[in-house]
Ligand binder design. Sequence first.
Ligand code: FBP
Length: 558
Amino acid sequence: MSNLTSLQWIRTEYQPRLPSILNAYLSLVPKLHPQLQSRELEASLKALFPLTQSAPIITFEKKPVQDHPKLKIGVVLSGGQAPGGHTVIAALFDAAKQFHPDSELIGFKNGPSGIVKNAFIRLDNEKIAPFRNQGGFDLLGSGRTKIETPEQFEAAYQTVKSHDLDGLVIIGGDDSNTNAAFLAEYFAKKESKTIVCGVPKTIDGDLKNDFIELSFGFDTASKVYSEIIGNLLIDAKSSAKYYFFIKIMGRSASHLALECALQTHPNLTLISEEIAKKNQNLHEVIEEIALLICQRAEEGKNYGGILIPEGIIEFIPDFKMLVNELNLILKSATSGGEEFAALAEQLKLSYLKSKLTANSFDCLLQFPAEVQKQLLLDRDPHGNVQVSKIETERLFISLVEKRLSDWRKEGKYKGAFSPQPFFCGYEGRSALPTNFDCNYCYSLGILSALIIRWKLNGYMACINNLAESASEWEILTVPLCQMIHQENREGKWKAVIQKSLVNLNDPPFLSFDQEREEWRLKDHYCTPGPIQFSGNEQIADKPPLSLLYMNEMKQLQK
Ligand code: FBP
């Protein structure tokens, strides 16, 4: 018996819209991009990518093509879920079969570790059909293993060789695509026939650069969160007694929080990148929230909504310092004698007092016991704190409560404060993808198949002009190493694809900045409502506002 609901079934039948140029993709052949040229890499990057460094930026043109070869393609879903991953896979399958009916697609299971361990499933129409345009990554599973050691690279090579793959498609974020660039170089060195192609995925929206306008999944996640936030804001106004402290997912960058703010107009939205720029410490951030609550109370409004980006703790200087110091202490404790882990609970704080700087220890002491525990326990495989597990919304509530109670004693605050924490997180990553994400992902899947068909090793599939309707979208493929730069991570230089943070000079932030004063005391709440899949195209196919604002700027610059 099927587990699909009626809506899910209907979505499996959705026919994604394609950029006009992709309608005839069987007659497309690569050509040098007429305007964009690869930049010359700096010496240290040239040394890392001797074989793939000078690849040009490519687009496609229509030309008669006699026939196409049979293709064997491997695909992997890497990192956090993002709505649309299954649609990329469905498109890859459809295009490979269109190129040649005997083409094959295999899926590596549970992320990049599936490539290393050669854990895979064969994908056919029957397996893919119920996953068309569905959320989540459950067709293959996902994982965060990085292919880093020489043994892992060799194992990956042996895997693709054993399957005689023409191409390997890595659907992932900045780290996974950095990995894809290195795998492409490794396979080239081995003179492997397998070419590697990247697809830009992450709800966080931070895989963005001169060539990538947006990663897939951002649109759906922001719409899922905006629906919830809009509802909460109207609830706050209706009962007039709650303050919702809403944490918005996004490991580092605040793109999702900013998009949701533009969609719903909460009373206050913290933007991590702005906090870092102003060098605001935790005390100042808490003061800003408490002041808002105080001013609203003076107008008789003891309710409201505040958005907090998930990654904020890494942008508030004193908080960041504490987290960095804890990361170092806990890392050495686990790789060394597991000193810290072995300590009895009641001794842990005094141990930390002896190791942390005085400022960091004071910072830790301000936090509720539960948040202290979260900061101390959970580390990701790279030894860093897992920001999605820190309940910043509760932490902020508790610190704001303290500040308001001090002000109450001083006679500065007379309101009622009844806070409610809320986390907009995992539910956004596996929702049914919007039409925008379905159209975008199907186009990305077809472009990836073209990249493999024409043996373009080490390329990222890029679709641009996304603010316009799908038929107007443009396609190009860019060498992954063009997106890589050297970054200082914990004192060591690493070649990585840069995470794109919110740019405070770009139109999405500027228009938020222009309007936010109005949203503080007056209630300009908006309810975007649930995602629409049909009906008025202005609603059902609407791209994210951030994209529309960026596009307005580009149009003006033309
Ligand atoms: P990706 O960058 O891999 O797409 O993942 C993003 C994300 O959803 C973040 O927003 C969040 O902080 C993190 O994953 C949560 O990771 P986990 O699934 O390991 O809890």
